[in-house]
Design a protein around this ligand. Structure first.
Ligand code: EPU
Length: 417
């Protein structure tokens, strides 16, 4: 099994260019099948989640051409057959085929999605939305058949502003008859990116980025060209790395506005950064002060940066606390960080951790427990003394485009062995 080997302690200088957002592209690709013509998506990151979605498209007989940073998708000859359990389970975002196939054919046949084991991650809100649009759901042993004679717009209130449910309902409603209103919708930038893509094809979606989204059904969706927004979680990860090791390190092609909560917290800890229109420069690391973090839905502190932030907090003087409110099981990385010398404890209910700093981390053998947990170990390895070998790296490669190349280019000693 390949591992990532890192020799820690090297200063990082130069420019890291941020790729297209994983959590946007993984919805855009399934959304593309709703188009009645050909769509082109650019700024596509080279990550294994995209490879897995491509496999599903090929399985459904869609035509997909992929070249560096671009995919062209034509779904004219798509066959609406069962998405096998193996394909459904490869990633979380396979669930976007539920909304997309239901919206296109009024029927979908697939299994419960996969993804990192960071909590139970039910899909009850997605299913509630489909039912309110007129679909009937048959479920047996994680196998779902969702079908409707006709989808009809409705008012849908989400008990929680779920990213996945908001996007899935938009996908199912875009060609439904009449008007759908999603209340308490998620407001993440990825939602806006998907709505813009659908609107570029001729959909009528208003309010994306607010808590109320209105979708007026249309009959036909035409060809379009669309660009994936920069990955705010990738940018945030490199910003944290830069805060610890950057000497005139520029994080480029990012949207600082999408990271307000992280920037506020890093500033509170003492990080000095120059914020440009589409980049942030970190001049040099400083002594940092402990701070408290609580994950929230956007625009609050993103759960997807919580684990990497824990590594940052091991380098802050004093005691920090981190509260995870989105997922029940997102502190698995702490056990591995402790092997490197981190002084961190997780409360029994798995919802809160305390971190004591500053400690000198030491390289050793660790194992990625999930995507962002893997990233937190990678950041720890970059600052640790000696060599760290990270196992289970498929988690990391699921979501970080060219991570070894990007870090090598700015002076890190990192390789896949
Ligand atoms: N939830 C429900 N019922 C539902 C849907 C969600 O109870 O029907 C709960 C979940 O169990 C969780 C919370 O609501 O506790 C948030 O879930 P949400 O639906 O918002 O998340 P998601 O769509 O499953 C996406 C990203 C995650 C990211 C979250 C929150 C994708 C493929 N995944 O997940 O990304 O953490 O939104 O921003 O877009 C990652 O990139 O590492 C990652 C896990």
């Amino acid at each position: 099994m390949p591992k990532i080997k890192i020799e820690g302690g090297h200063k990082l200088s130069g420019t890291i260019t941020i790729s297209g957002a994983k959590n946007s592209v993984v919805a855009l690709i399934p959304a593309a099948i709703l188009c009645d013509e050909t769509v082109t998506i650019s700024n596509v990151p080279d990550i294994t989640d995209v490879d897995d979605l491509e496999k599903i498209l090929i399985h459904l007989n869609a035509k997909i051409e992929r070249e560096t940073g671009k995919v062209v998708i034509n779904s004219s000859d798509i066959i609406n057959k069962e998405i096998t359990e193996d394909l459904s389970k490869k990633l979380r975002a396979s669930y976007y085929f539920m909304g997309a196939l239901l919206g296109k054919f009024n029927k979908v046949d697939m299994y419960f999605p996969g993804g990192c084991a960071i909590g139970a991650r039910p899909i009850n809100l997605h299913l509630k939305g489909f039912e309110l649009l007129g679909a009937k759901i048959t479920e047996e042993d994680n196998h779902f058949i969702i079908e409707a004679d006709k989808l009809k717009g409705n008012n849908i209130y989400l008990d929680f502003p779920s990213v996945g449910a908001t996007i899935n309902i938009m996908l199912a409603a875009v060609k439904a008859k009449g008007k759908t209103i999603i209340d308490n919708a998620a407001q993440e930038p990825e939602i806006v990116n998907i709505a813009t893509f659908l609107n570029n094809m001729g959909a009528k979606i208003k309010g994306a980025g607010t808590s109320t989204i209105t979708i007026t059904g249309v009959k036909y969706l035409h060809s379009c060209f669309h660009e994936v927004i920069p990955d705010r979680i990738e940018a945030g990860t490199y910003l944290i790395i830069g805060s610890l090791l950057g000497h005139n390190l520029k994080i480029d092609n990012m949207i600082p506005n999408h990271l307000e909560a992280l920037i506020a917290k890093l500033t509170e800890a003492g990080v000095d950064m120059e914020i440009g229109l589409d980049n942030i420069v970190i001049k040099e690391p400083k002594e940092y002060t402990a701070t408290d973090i609580k994950t929230l839905v956007y625009p609050g502190f993103p759960t997807d940066l919580q684990q990497v932030m824990v590594t940052f907090l091991t380098q802050c003087n004093g005691k920090s606390s981190v509260e995870e409110t989105i997922y029940e099981n997102r502190f698995q990385n702490i056990k591995e960080l402790r092997k490197m010398g981190a002084k961190a404890k997780v409360r029994k209910d798995n919802r809160k951790a305390s971190i004591k700093g500053k400690v000198d981390l030491v390289g050793t053998d660790v194992s990625a427990t999930d995507l962002r947990g893997g990233a937190s170990l990678l950041v720890a390895a970059l600052i640790a003394s000696g060599v760290t070998n990270i196992d289970n790296i498929s988690y990391i490669l699921r979501g970080y485009d060219k991570i070894v190349e990007k870090l090598t280019n700015v002076g890190a000693k990192i390789e896949i062995i």
